[in-house]
Ligand binder design. Structure first.
Ligand SMILES: [Zn+2]
Length: 315
C-alpha cells in the first residue's frame, strides 16, 4: 500500500512540476491539472456537503469521487521538485565525461587521438543536450589529466542526475567496428573485459581484482537504471544513424568493471562511439555530420529515458 500511495503522490507531483515555468515542455492538459490543484475552496465545500441531507448525498459522493487527487496536491512545486530529485525521478543535470586527457592519450589510430576526439565530442554532445533543455557540466574542458576516480566523484559532488563518459574504441583486429554502450557490472565476457581493461589502463589479467571489489560497490550503484539508460542511448544512436541512411554494427549494451563508473551515485554509462582502429569507422568519426547524428541519437535516448522515468510504476 505504501508503494501505491507513494506512486500516486509522485504522479500528482509530476503534474505539478510539469506546470512549473522552469519546465519548457509542458502540455495543455498538465497545465490544467496544475491549475485545478489550487482550487482548495471547492474541496472545503465538498467536505461540508457530505454532512448535509441524504437527498444530496449521491451528488456529494459523485463530487468527491471526481476530486480524489486534489488532497494529494498540497505540496508546493519546490517541495515536489525536491522529492522527485530525491527519488531519482527526474533528469536535469548531466555530467559529460570526455575520456582520457593530458598524459593519458587513450587509443590512437588513423590520425585520431582518443583524448582529443572525446574532448571535441563532449563539447558537441553537451551543446546538443543543452538545446534539449538539460543542464550540462563537464569533468574536463581542456587537455588535462583527470583521474578515473575523480570523475564520478565530481559528478557526485555536483549532484548530477546522469553521468555519461564518452570514448572511442580500438582493437588489434582492424575489422572490428560498431557501437557499444556499457554500464557497471561484473562480466565473464572476454570482449567486454578487454575494453574495460584498456579504458582502465590495466592489463586484462589485472581486472579480476576490480571484479572482486565490485560486488560491494554494485550494491550502492544504480545498476538497473544504468542498464536502462545504456539501452536507451544505444538504440537512440543506432536509430539516428539508420534514419540518416548510414549504419554501423550494433555491438549491444554490456556490463563491465569500468573504473570511471565506480562510485557514481547516479545512473552512469560509458559510450564507445566506434572503433578508430577500423579505417572506415575512423573516417566516419572525423565527419561532423556523422558525429552530430550520434549526438542527436544519444540525446534522443536520454529524453526517452527521462520519459520512461516519469511513466514508471513502482513494483
Ligand atoms: Zn577511452
Amino acid at each position: 500500500m505504501r508503494a501505491v500511495s507513494l506512486f500516486l503522490l509522485v504522479t500528482a507531483l509530476t503534474f505539478c512540476i510539469a506546470a512549473a515555468p522552469a519546465q519548457a515542455a509542458q502540455t495543455t492538459s498538465s497545465r490544467q491539472t496544475g491549475q485545478s490543484a489550487k482550487k482548495t475552496p471547492e474541496r472545503k465545500k465538498t467536505a461540508q456537503g457530505t454532512q448535509k441531507s441524504s437527498g444530496k448525498a449521491r451528488t456529494t459522493r459523485k463530487q468527491n469521487a471526481q476530486k480524489p487527487r486534489q488532497g494529494q496536491k498540497a505540496q508546493s512545486p519546490a517541495n515536489a521538485d525536491a522529492l522527485l530529485e530525491q527519488l531519482g525521478l527526474t533528469v536535469k543535470t548531466i555530467m559529460i565525461d570526455a575520456g582520457h586527457g593530458g598524459r593519458d592519450p587513450g587509443a590512437q589510430a588513423f590520425g585520431i587521438t582518443e583524448k582529443d576526439f572525446t574532448l571535441a565530442l563532449a563539447a558537441r554532445l553537451g551543446e546538443t543536450l543543452r538545446k534539449r533543455g538539460f543542464r550540462i557540466i563537464y569533468t574536463r574542458t581542456d587537455n588535462r589529466y583527470v583521474g578515473l576516480q575523480e570523475r564520478p566523484d565530481a559528478a557526485n559532488a555536483k549532484k548530477a542526475d546522469l553521468f555519461i563518459s564518452v570514448h572511442a574504441n580500438s582493437n588489434p583486429n582492424p575489422a572490428h567496428k560498431g557501437l557499444e554502450t556499457y554500464y557497471l557490472a561484473e562480466t565473464k565476457s572476454h570482449d567486454a573485459l578487454t575494453v574495460a581493461a584498456r579504458e582502465n589502463g590495466v592489463a586484462p589479467q589485472e581486472i579480476s581484482d576490480l571484479q572482486f571489489i565490485l560486488t560491494d560497490l554494485l550494491l550502492s550503484s544504480k545498476v538497473k537504471e544504468s542498464r536502462h539508460l545504456a539501452e536507451c542511448v544505444q538504440s537512440g544512436m543506432l536509430a539516428a544513424l539508420r534514419k540518416a541512411g548510414t549504419s554501423t554494427p550494433d555491438n549491444g549494451v554490456r556490463g563491465a568493471p569500468f573504473r570511471v563508473l565506480m562510485g557514481a551515485r547516479m545512473p552512469a554509462i560509458l559510450a564507445e562511439f566506434g572503433y578508430i582502429s577500423n579505417k572506415e569507422e575512423a573516417a566516419n568519426l572525423k565527419k561532423d555530420g556523422y558525429l552530430q547524428k550520434l549526438c542527436d541519437g544519444l540525446a534522443n535516448g536520454i529524453v526517452k529515458y527521462k520519459q520512461d522515468l516519469a511513466a514508471q510504476t513502482p513494483g
